[in-house]
Design a protein around this ligand. Structure first.
Ligand SMILES: Nc1ncnc2c1ncn2[C@@H]1O[C@H](COP(=O)(O)OP(=O)(O)OP(=O)(O)O)[C@@H](O)[C@H]1O
Length: 241
């Protein structure tokens, strides 16, 4: 059986009186890209934050690499890209990467090699010496993604990594994500871009605080008798109301 990287069992999360996650069950196995989709406000970021232990669950269990989260020791094995960028704007792109590489414990040689690679993946090589305060929103997203990729983590958790990124570069980034998958590493990714959901190993559709559907894109399309994940999404939402 494939090794489980993330396992969410009956996860519950409330904010005050609002139950955002009612009963989340989801597994991500080694070498798999799992796409988390759902309407705005469905709780995708909350799933991610609870998985990482940044939010404390009100019920259920989140394990990563077989260990209950939060667990600080595991964080060095996880590359996380949040929806909001955590960048040092007075530093250059390269200095930001160097800072995060040192946080991840990379050696000087590894740091140089890794920075060259991740900057290339997100097409930031010519802009690395510029201060981040002069970056566009899309460039900041790309730098955040490059930081998450640093050190080849076994697990990547990416919250809408391709927002504000043009189609050609998006394609290049997905090429890298596929490469990561073939290396046996795992990815949990949220997206609003349904074309991207088609590229995942499995799609989890989040509705009403639950995972309403979880399967390969092809299986979901045949189950809902449609041709695209976008139609699955619309049909699932329609069935709800
Ligand atoms: N820290 C918080 N305190 C109170 N409410 C919160 C908090 N974080 C999230 N929520 C609420 O939980 C719900 C789910 O938010 P979340 O950001 O997880 O949704 P999402 O599916 O990621 O949305 P989007 O696609 O728009 O990014 C929303 O109603 C939001 O207002």
């Amino acid at each position: 059986m494939a090794e489980t990287t993330i396992s969410l069992n009956h996860l519950v999360k409330k904010f005050g009186k609002q139950t955002v996650l009612a009963d989340i069950n989801l597994n991500v196995t080694k070498g798999e890209i799992v796409g988390l989709i759902g309407p705005s406000g469905a709780g995708k970021s909350t799933v991610i934050k609870t998985t990482l232990g940044m939010e404390v669950a009100d019920g259920g269990k989140a394990t990563v690499f077989g260990q209950i989260m939060p667990n600080r020791k595991l964080l060095s094995r996880i590359g996380y890209m949040a929806q909001t960028d955590a960048l040092y704007e007075s530093l250059s792109g390269k200095e930001n990467l160097q800072f995060y590489a040192s946080m991840k414990g990379l050696s000087k040689t590894e740091t140089n090699k890794e920075i060259a690679h991740v900057a290339e993946v997100v097409s930031l090589t010519p802009d690395l010496s510029k201060r981040v305060s002069g970056y566009s929103g899309g460039m900041m997203r790309r730098l955040s993604l490059a930081i998450a990729l640093l050190g080849s983590p076994e697990l990547l958790i990416l919250d809408e990594p391709t927002v504000g990124i043009d189609p050609a570069l998006r394609r290049q980034i997905w090429k890298e994500l596929n490469q990561i998958r073939t290396e046996g590493r795992s990815i949990l990714i949220t997206t609003h871009v349904m074309d991207e959901a088609e590229l995942t190993s499995k799609v989890a559709l989040l509705l009403d605080g639950k995972v309403m559907a979880f399967d390969t894109p092809q299986a979901l399309e045949s189950q809902y008798q449609v041709n695209t994940i976008e139609e699955v999404f619309l049909k699932a939402e329609g069935v709800k109301s």
